[in-house]
Write a protein that binds this ligand. Sequence first.
Ligand code: MOS
Length: 703
Amino acid sequence: MTTLTTATTLHTAAVGTAHTRVEGRDKVTGAARYAGEVPFADLAHGWLVLSTVARGRIRDLDTESVLAMPGVLAVLEHRNAPRLTTDYTGLLGMRPDPTCAVFQHDRVPHLGWPVALVVAETSEQAREAAETLVVRYEQEPHDVGFGAGHPDAYAADGHIPAVTEKGDLDAGLAAAAVVVDAEYTTPEEHHHPMEPHAATARWDGGRLEVTDSNQGATWVVGELANLFSLDPAAVRVRSEHVGGGFGSKGVRAHQVAAVMAATVLQRPVRVVLTRRQMFSLAGYRSPTIQHVRLGADTDGHLRALAHHSLNQTATGYEFVEASAGVARVMYDADAHHTANRVVRLDIPSPTFMRAPGEAPGSFALEAALDELAEKCGIDPIELRLRNEPDRGPVSGLPFAGRNLAACFREGARRFGWAERDPRPGLRREGRLLLGTGMAAASFPAGAMPSTASATAHPDGTFTVRISAADIGTGARTALTLVAADALRTSPERVHVRIGDSDFGPAMIAGGSMGTRSWAWAIRVAAAELCERLALGTGIPPEGITVRSDTTAAIGALAAAERHSYGAQFAEVSVDPGTGEVRVRRMLGIFAAGQIINPLTARNQLRGGMIWGISMALHEEAVRDRASGGHVGADLAGYHVATHADVPRIEADWIEDTDPDDPVGIKGIGEIGIVGAAAAVANAVWHATGVRHRSLPIRPDRIL
Ligand code: MOS
């Protein structure tokens, strides 16, 4: 037995200090293995075959000739695949997405639907055979035509209620001195994390083990256990390193297909999605059509506000891109109406994509506010300050910290907003037109129950285990800092292990709630461990381990409007000859609770802002109505912001804390993109005098 010395050693608070990623060296040297790289003996490889029609039935698959090809072990399809249970409600009350519950029937509901998995000894053999497989369809007419006038649109709840209504909207608009009534559109957008989706499934004794790239092992365990009617304790999911997720890495077709094949062949099977396959299998952000109406007094005070949004979803699955939700938090009015509607089309279901709802919703709402500021002749920041609500406009709940005004003040000071001439189209630099714009941002802050364990070792070090996912955000490092403070030691003495469902249930890396939820569980385990160590009984060789579960603590949180806030600023140049828009600089100032690691937090916020530039100017997945599929389903055809598009871009924050969180965290996962596209679009108006209500602001649309 050794007595612990570190508990009494002085240390500096780690939370709030910059720390490079604890796994950074492993990542840059290649020692870090991603899901598609982890070696397994006797590994077989599956390759998905996707439908080439957008609607119909599979009449025949010519599997025999493919089975005769070199190395081919099996072809799984609807006639021979294991049956799945799909009648369940999983995480977040969600039903399984039919695109992920593969090979259960002969119907084809969208182009790029999985119709078979070819399994072979090597990936090359599987691909060769998959591309050779002849599939015959009975084709039916399809409808992929998203439009405002679609007759089948209906109001739909997603993770929030579909409709909120307060006051008489028509009367409010009729009585208003100033009215903005405009339609805004955003296109279909795709996540495309750098690491494509990949999973290896194998049976290990009586347990199913899946090595995967996902946003939450607990989530994937739950879905696979449901789908395959397994005891969750008989499923283990591991995801040590994840190269990006953004909402796309839950359970998708590849994990399910890999488990099926591993079950049938009784050997490990890996399935990796190609970039092109990800366009129909990974989920995406629906296009939106948003109608915003604002009625105000001449002093800018809002009297009426309506925000209605329409998105597309699949015929067999309802997903709501809840864009009208942001208005329920940001601005109040006597008459206040919001609604989210969907229309079902012959397309894959959209899914969560970074700041689902808030990203497109803030574009429409914050652009409309800019139009109102222009009409009222009021500075856009002043207009927003005059409309700061003191309670949740729809919920009526008090705000648990709303430091938006402070973000405006700090942002305006640093951006040089005071010198701005509000008139559009006046500033020139050579042939370029220059303009600046701003927008507000918010994103819900919350925590979900998690479990963690903390172990004290005799050598004075600690191991923390939690089934968290670091999807590239730096979560593992943030949790190391949180754990170090909670254990009253230095980060170097703490080893945080994540990405293994055997560590117990935990929140996903999603909803901007991951780090906060995990940190809470770690704090509780660490505090109790410290108490045990204070008894001074010494530490046995196997260490002392304490487990935590935050279910009760989080359940006891008082109801309030909890959000992170931000102010986004952009300066653009517009070439009126070519239509080229260049963002010159961007500044985002956030009130997002306690920042754990300034280094990775800044990366996270800037990444969101860069995505906002991309959303404003580049991203657009174009669907071909004739085929029902995408035009240019690759990263050559789908444009994203690259280094050359990213100018001076600063993200910073003001002092802010959540009083109800043990560490003061609110969450920074998604807010970086919120309002960013609106700030760019508002700057384009300021440069040119032309309002752009449809994203992206392509060169051919500019003037
Ligand atoms: Mo996020 S869209 O909750 O990964």
